[in-house]
Design a protein around this ligand. Structure first.
Ligand SMILES: *Cc1c(COP(=O)(O)O)cnc(C)c1O
Length: 418
């Protein structure tokens, strides 16, 4: 099994481990499987999620140096629950039971245990730099905390992340250091870029969402959930994915291509309309993002679109395979309230985009909406809408109660290495 760059399909072939260690292809493209492998006949639901994920991922690692470690990596990474909440076939795939209460825990934890093993084999150490405006940084910090051979530096913009998010970014010690940067998120990103460009610095790497090691585990839960759904209802679900950088939905498309029982993949986006506009006009126009209350999806130039263009080849085929709908802030609030009033079920603002798309466009179809985060992470949006407090899960409570430690620095990357 090999991986290639989206920008040079006939160029160099990489093993999975090479692609994951490299991150971005040298020509600036993203790594994709040379061809999407068929589902392993040994795939099974019967031994729990970690084992199911292992069997779902095995074909991607065939012949790879990490092949024999894969089960161990999956067992350590996926040590928390995953749940398909039943609601008469209008089910919800809850991906928020990990340490930071969002689906990003699946990808970040797989990558952390994978890298630890790969670096051990090579006798190397790395430093991971992450600029974050919220969710990603805490998932990465939590996943890499205590991993050998890896140091993490998390950069976030001072005064521009929610208080609970800030607590989750600064509750670490040991191999994870947090930097509160006097600047914007863009300044933080520029510092990371500048550090990568500085040839006097060695052993730097990134753990951002375009890394193949974060994407593959996001295909595994769609293989799992679609089979579980089919076993329950004898029908193939339409899978509705709240989307920003479209990494999560790319995982769903790959699972479908492998042969999982998925009828269609639908992207629910917020007021950032780049993808629905493309579907309407045939012209792809990435743009600046606009701020919404589903802020983890505030993306105007989705980085994984390059993988979807690669998968679907042309506009006609893209349109044939992809549907996408935009949901504005007022509609998000109204949907949180409607779902709560009808079912007593509280959804986060991102998940609400998916719920709205289900109610409006697929009311009678077999569907799975992906719940990307726990509503307690977005208490300031959710609580005023439903008129009560959302209980904080134990893992989140533990994290935000710990001592806060960070270094306050100006927007100059040299200060990360003082
Ligand atoms: C990151 C994130 C998203 C968007 O996922 P993409 O893979 O970027 O499309 C949606 N919801 C939540 C809660 C997130 O953290």
């Amino acid at each position: 099994m090999y991986f290639v760059s989206t920008r040079d399909r006939n160029g160099r072939r990489y093993t999975a481990t090479e692609a994951i260690l490299t991150g971005l292809a040298p020509d600036g493209g993203l790594f994709v499987p040379e061809s999407i492998p068929a589902l392993d006949p040994g795939f099974t639901l019967s031994k729990g999620y970690a084992y199911a994920a292992y069997t779902a991922l095995r074909p991607f690692f065939e012949g790879d140096e990490a092949e024999d470690d894969l089960l161990d990596i999956c067992t350590k990474a996926f040590d928390f629950p995953i749940s398909l909440r039943e609601n008469g076939g209008h089910d919800t795939l809850e991906l928020f039971y990990g340490p930071t209460c969002a689906f990003k825990d699946f990808g970040a934890r797989f990558l952390a245990f994978f890298l630890e093993k790969a670096l051990e084999r090579r006798g190397e150490d790395v430093t991971i730099l992450v600029a974050t405006s919220g969710d990603t940084g805490s998932a990465v910090a939590s996943a890499f905390y205590g991993r050998n051979h890896i140091n993490v530096k998390v950069l976030y913009p001072k005064g521009r992340v929610a208080e609970r998010q800030r607590r989750q970014l600064t509750c670490w010690d040991g191999n994870v250091e947090s930097y509160e940067v006097d600047g914007s998120f863009d300044d933080c990103q520029k510092m990371v870029k500048d550090a990568f460009m500085d040839r006097s610095l060695h052993g730097l790497t990134s753990a951002n969402s375009i890394n193949l090691g974060r994407l593959l585990p996001q295909a595994a839960y769609y293989v799992f959930a679609s089979h579980l759904y089919e076993a329950k209802y004898s029908e193939k679900p339409i899978v509705i994915v709240p989307s920003g950088n479209v990494g999560n939905s790319t995982g769903a498309f790959w699972a479908k291509e492998m042969g999982s029982p998925i009828e269609r993949v639908v992207l629910a986006v917020n007021a950032n309309r780049t993808i629905p506009d493309y579907l309407e006009s045939g012209k792809y126009e990435p743009r600046k993002s606009v701020a919404t209350i589903a802020n983890a999806m505030d993306v105007g130039a989705p980085s994984n679109m390059e993988r979807l263009f690669d998968l679907f080849g042309n506009y006609e085929n893209f349109k044939e395979n992809v549907s996408s709908y935009s949901v504005d802030d007022d509609t998000i609030r109204a949907t949180i309230k409607a779902v709560y009033d009808e079912q007593g079920y509280v959804v986060c603002p991102h998940t609400a985009c998916g719920e709205y798309v289900r109610r409006t466009f697929y009311p009678d179809a077999p569907t799975i909406v992906v719940a990307t985060a726990h509503p307690a992470k977005f208490d300031s949006v959710v609580e005023p809408v439903i008129g009560r407090t959302v209980p904080v899960p134990a893992n989140l409570f533990d994290m935000i109660s710990r001592k806060s430690t960070f270094v306050d620095i100006p927007a100059d990357y040299h200060r990360l290495f003082d």
